[in-house]
Each structure stands twice: as structure tokens, then as C-alpha cells.
Design a protein around this ligand. Structure first.
Ligand SMILES: C[S@@+](CC[C@H](N)C(=O)[O-])C[C@H]1O[C@@H](n2cnc3c(N)ncnc32)[C@H](O)[C@@H]1O
Length: 284
């Protein structure tokens, strides 16, 4: 059952007690919310968010313990600044969640990524996470909207990571085609990790281009493919280009011998969605 309710941050504690100490009924507080932000890229439809108090609470609880104030990098201050400044500058609230951002950073650290390519900068929130993975990492981030790029540059400077980030302006397919050419010509080294989070209709084009400029064993992550479960809905794909873009990338990765992937469904403070996580196959 879907319950609709409003909840202020102050009432969080009492909800927490009710959720964990009251009856079973409290465990199904899923709600559908209209996201006032227009989806960027090919789909001009307003988006709906589905969320659930338990998902928000687990995100808030776990993140507060695993990324505590004062002892973490990037600091909560620079992360909050990036989100607040993005909001002040009128950017849509569509950055990855704090836990997802931290996962990206840890994934980069796990493979000791030296070069990361990101498509879709927005205000640089995920870029800050990626650029904070370790001292040797460098990030190339691509954004089509000059205002978003400009806000991101302010946020990256505030986070102290500008010197680790190359910010490129332009349509992702054009920019990645140019980057792939530079890699092929030996003017640019191959990437170790790619994070794709821009116009969903081009998801497969971005993966396909990324395969021309990544090393074997590189990690490629495509955000927002689950789309509240619409990924499994072939009918929805006929009218929703974002769903079509998500299905195409999943199906093509499945068929392509150059890459191996899996979809990880995610819930959290921001939505029911998920990543496609893939790796570029080794030669042997
Ligand atoms: C979901 S937001 C990125 C969020 C960011 N990765 C984060 O988590 O902080 C998508 C971004 O992709 C950009 N974008 C949309 N279409 C694009 C395209 N064709 N090429 C490059 N960027 C694009 C949008 O302007 C927007 O800033």
C-alpha cells in the first residue's frame, strides 16, 4: 500500500521510534512524490520520485556513522556547500545521494583509478567524490550546460579539488568521440573508470565510446537505469526515451563480448533506482 504523508526533519526521531518499535503496518510507508525538476536530456517529462521512510532513515543513519563529521574526506562541509550552492544557483536536485557518491569514491579507490571519465557534471557533487578517491586520481568531467559547468567549477574550487579535475563543455557524444580519438592517437592515456550520468538516451553511445578509451579491467558505471522498476517494462520503453535508453544499454552490454555487467538496484533518500556496473573484459 502507498501512504502519502509529509514529514519535517524535526519529527525524524519519533518516526524512527515508530518504525522500529511499532507494528508491521509502519513498514510499508512508500510514497510517490512529484519531482519539480524537469528531467534533462531527451525526456522533457516531469519525473516522479518514489521513496520510503525506511530507505531515508537507513541512508541517514549509516552515512552519519560511516562518514562522520570532522574525520572524513571529502568533508561534509564541502559536500554540503556544493549542494547548497547548486540549489542557490537554480540547478536541479538530481545529484547522486551521499551514499551513492561515497560508493563511487570507494569503487575508484578499490581499483586505484588514476584516470576517471564522468559524463554529466551538474554542480560537481559526484565529481568531488570521485576526485577525493586518493591523491593520484584525476577526473575528466563532461557537461553540456555552461551554467552547470560554471557552478561546478566554483564547487570544485571550494572542495579543493580543481587541480585534479578537467572540466569539458559540450554534448557528451561529441566530447567523448574527441577524447577517444586522442586516446587512439596516444595523446591521452586510457581511463580506468567511467561514470555515466547524463542524457539517458545516449547511455549505450557513451558506453560504446568508453570501450574505445578504457583499459581491460576498467569499471564503467551507468546511473539511473532501474527508474522505479520501469527498466523491466517494455511498454514504458515505447513512450519514455529514458527507459528506452536504460534498456538499450543493459541489453547491449549483455550481448557485447567486450564488457561484462550487472544491474544493482538501489533504494535510498532519493529514489528507487540503480546502477549498471560493468567491467571491460581482460584480453585473456
Ligand atoms: C543527473 S545530472 C548529473 C549529476 C552529477 N553526476 C552528480 O551526481 O552530481 C545530469 C547532467 O548531465 C547534463 N547533460 C544532459 N545532457 C547532456 C549531454 N548530451 N552531454 C553532456 N551532459 C549532458 C545535464 O546538464 C546535467 O547537468
Amino acid at each position: 500500500m502507498i501512504y502519502c504523508y509529509s514529514r519535517s526533519r524535526k519529527s525524524y526521531g519519533s518516526y524512527q521510534q515508530r518504525i522500529f518499535h511499532a507494528g508491521q503496518r509502519e513498514f510499508s510507508t512508500t510514497r510517490i512524490m512529484a519531482n519539480p525538476n524537469t528531467v534533462l536530456g531527451a525526456n522533457p517529462q516531469p519525473q516522479q520520485y518514489e521513496t520510503d521512510l525506511r530507505w531515508e532513515m537507513v541512508d541517514e543513519y549509516s552515512f552519519s556513522h560511516l562518514h562522520p563529521a570532522g574525520s572524513t574526506h571529502p568533508s561534509n562541509e564541502v559536500l554540503t556547500y556544493a549542494l547548497d550552492n547548486s540549489k542557490k544557483e537554480g540547478l536541479p536536485n538530481i545529484a547522486v545521494s551521499p551514499s551513492q557518491g561515497k560508493y563511487l569514491m570507494l569503487q575508484a579507490r578499490m581499483i586505484r583509478a588514476e584516470r576517471i571519465l564522468e559524463v554529466g557534471t551538474l554542480g560537481g557533487y559526484s565529481t568531488i567524490w570521485l576526485a577525493s578517491a586518493w591523491k593520484g586520481v584525476r577526473v575528466t568531467t563532461v557537461e553540456i550546460n555552461p551554467h552547470h559547468q560554471s557552478v561546478a567549477q566554483t564547487n570544485l574550487a571550494q572542495a579543493g579539488v580543481s587541480n585534479k579535475v578537467e572540466s569539458l563543455l559540450g554534448p557528451g557524444v561529441e566530447v567523448l568521440t574527441k577524447l577517444a580519438g586522442e586516446v587512439k592517437a596516444g595523446k591521452r592515456k586510457k581511463y580506468d573508470m567511467v561514470f555515466i550520468d547524463a542524457d539517458k538516451i545516449n547511455n549505450w553511445n557513451y558506453v560504446n565510446l568508453a570501450l574505445d578509451m578504457t583499459r581491460p579491467g576498467a569499471c564503467i558505471i551507468v546511473d539511473n537505469v532501474v527508474r522505479r522498476g520501469l527498466l523491466a517494462d517494455a511498454e514504458a520503453a515505447k513512450t519514455n526515451p529514458n527507459v528506452e535508453g536504460s534498456r538499450r544499454v543493459v541489453e547491449n552490454v549483455g550481448k557485447d563480448p567486450r564488457i561484462d555487467g550487472v544491474v544493482i538496484q538501489l533504494v535510498g533518500g532519493k529514489n528507487y533506482d540503480g546502477f549498471l556496473v560493468a567491467t571491460v573484459n581482460n584480453d585473456e
